[in-house]
Design a binder for this molecule. Structure first.
Ligand code: ADP
Length: 547
């Protein structure tokens, strides 16, 4: 079948890089005439338009923004594809019109939207409204709609154009943010700590009511960092710690005294962590101050009670020692008196018996030396301690304890052996306290063996140097062949007031353990397979030279 003329074809001539339109028309002579013209510019404009329309549709879809226009003269309402998608209706089946478009608005919001729309029409002013829509499937979405009137060159109103934006996700995110902020504030205002944030510009961004109530500082003073409440003597140390944490972006922890509303200072533990964004940039510091004054006071009171109790037990031990000291001195003194008498008699003869007199004097000197050793040992034991930590030679300290307990050891027929490590490193400690621990352990060993009559009474005191977790430690062990630890957890013996002795106080081991722990060591007991028990403690070795 022949096509009806005229016919128009458009071709792209790649060789020319041009679009050409061929128009074939009937000619006067009954033939055809062909007209050609370049249409490249028009084609490019059409292509540009198509691309920009596609871009617009993409942009609308990506940004969840639909557009509409309402032609006043034709009363025609046009929606973009994204507008249909937001409302959730099919462009094939629904023809939008005003006021029927109002039916998608949530009934509670409808009067407000209608009023805003009426105002747009009446005043020809801009329109902005946020409301909910209800989709045909019943889901509720939040939208924001903006519109404005469009006038032609003569100033006549032509149409209204507008956009609708689906803000549901943003609303939900805002809601979640609001909730989480509310939770944070609730937490920050109710926890018994000061809560604060520091901004990258060095000012305080947020502080809770508790911080205001405690410091009684003004907002301006707090904004400047609240330094006015820090004890002046602490400021340089706190500033240095803060500067370091700030420059290294590492968690900050420092104890400082803060002035309270009554002008008194309390100790607080301040901690903060840097909050960084995805790029590692500082957003803020988040910090808290915890009041540790009560805890410190309780610890100090406990420490005081402990040292008082340690003093009491020491005095008790001293009372016992005084008895055995008298006993220990009595023997050589009695021998001295006896030998002195004999010596006098040997000399008081017509022919003095010089040989025996000399022997008697030698015995007197030996006994006097023994008495002197007992006294020297006791003096070394009682050597005044300043309460300061000093470098201690643990082997020498064990020796002193054994010398002072010599009478007890002999009285109970105990065979003591010491196995002391040579080159034992020194430890840093309070002499009197460590002495007391060794004395307690040896005395306990002697007493445990006194209760057992069916075996040899062997007591071994040993010292050793070991590596533990990469650090050097000094280990002291006291092993006896006594009654053993009995059934149950050996740790119960370390409970305060636990005793199985009729006149026991039950404080020796408890105090010894707290002394050793205060020195950074451990004290524990283990039962021995063949009966008896071993009590041992560790102390960190001092890395410096021995005393
Ligand atoms: P106390 O000597 O006043 O009883 P301690 O705290 O020194 O107080 O000892 C608590 C208890 O631990 C003792 O009564 C005893 O039952 C037990 N104990 C301590 N040392 C030994 C030991 N070497 N062998 C067996 N039991 C021991």
């Amino acid at each position: 079948m022949r096509e009806r003329l005229p016919i128009t074809h458009e071709h792209y001539y790649a060789g020319l890089g041009e679009w050409i339109e061929n128009r074939i028309c009937p000619s006067a002579n009954g033939g055809v005439a062909v007209f050609q013209r370049y249409v490249t510019d028009r084609k490019r404009a059409e292509e540009e338009l198509r691309r920009s329309e596609a871009n617009l549709a993409d942009a609308q879809r990506l940004s969840h923004t639909g557009s509409w226009s309402w032609n006043v003269a034709s009363d025609q309402l046009l929606w973009s594809a994204e507008h249909f998608r937001i409302i959730g209706v099919d462009p094939e089946t629904v023809r939008p019109s005003y006021p029927s478009a109002l039916q998608w608005i949530h009934p509670d919001d409808r009067p407000r939207v209608q009023e805003a729309f009426d105002r747009l029409v009446r005043d020809k002013s801009d329109f902005e409204v946020e409301c909910r829509i209800v989709r045909p499937d019943g889901t509720v979405r939040h939208i924001r709609s903006l519109a404005r009137p469009v006038f032609n060159d003569r100033g006549d109103l032509v149409e209204y154009v507008g956009t609708i934006i689906d803000t549901t996700e943003r609303k939900r995110a805002e809601e979640r943010l609001r909730e989480s902020e509310q939770r944070f504030r609730l937490l920050a205002e109710t926890i018994p700590h000061h809560v604060w944030t520091y901004l990258p510009d060095g000012s305080m961004g947020y502080w809770n009511q508790r911080l205001i109530d405690y410091t009684a500082l003004t907002s301006e003073e707090l904004r400047r960092g609240g330094w006015a409440a820090v004890h002046p003597a602490d400021v340089p140390r706190v500033e240095a710690a803060w500067r370091q944490a700030w420059s290294e972006r590492t968690p900050y922890e420092v104890e400082q005294r803060l002035r309270g509303p009554d002008g008194h200072y309390r100790r607080f533990l301040s901690r903060a962590v840097p909050v960084l964004d995805d790029q590692g940039e500082l957003v803020q510091w988040f910090g808290t101050n915890t009041d540790v004054e009560d805890r410190h006071q309780a610890e100090e009171a406990l420490q005081k009670a402990h040292s008082e109790l340690a003093h009491v037990t020491r005095v008790t031990a001293m009372g016992e020692l005084a008895g055995s000291l008298a006993h220990a001195l009595n023997q050589p003194l009695a021998a001295i008196v006896t030998n002195g008498g004999s010596c006098l008699r040997f000399l008081d003869r017509d022919a003095p018996d010089l040989e025996n007199a000399l022997e008697a004097v030698r015995c007197i000197m030996q006994d006097a030396e023994r008495a002197g050793e007992v006294i020297a040992g006791t003096r070394a034991f009682l050597k005044k301690s300043t309460g300061e930590r000093t470098l201690l030679d643990i082997n020498a300290l064990i020796h002193e304890v054994l010398v002072v307990l010599q009478t007890e050891i002999r009285r109970h027929a105990v065979a003591v052996r010491d196995v002391l490590a040579t080159d034992l490193p020194a430890v840093l400690g309070r002499r009197i306290e460590i002495q007391q621990v060794v004395l307690n352990l040896v005395m306990n060993g002697i007493e445990a063996m006194a209760a057992a009559t069916d075996r040899r009474r062997d007591l071994v005191v040993s010292s050793a140097c070991q590596k533990f977790d990469g650090d050097l430690i000094v280990l002291v062990a006291v092993t006896d062949s006594g009654i053993g630890l009995g059934e149950g957890d050996p740790d119960r013996l370390f409970d305060a007031f636990y005793t199985t002795k009729p006149d026991g106080l039950g404080m020796g081991l408890s105090i010894s353990r707290s002394v050793i722990e205060a020195h950074g060591g451990r004290l524990w007991a283990t039962p021995d397979v063949g009966g008896g028990a071993t009590f041992q403690f560790t102390l960190p070795a001092h890395s410096g030279p021995s005393p």
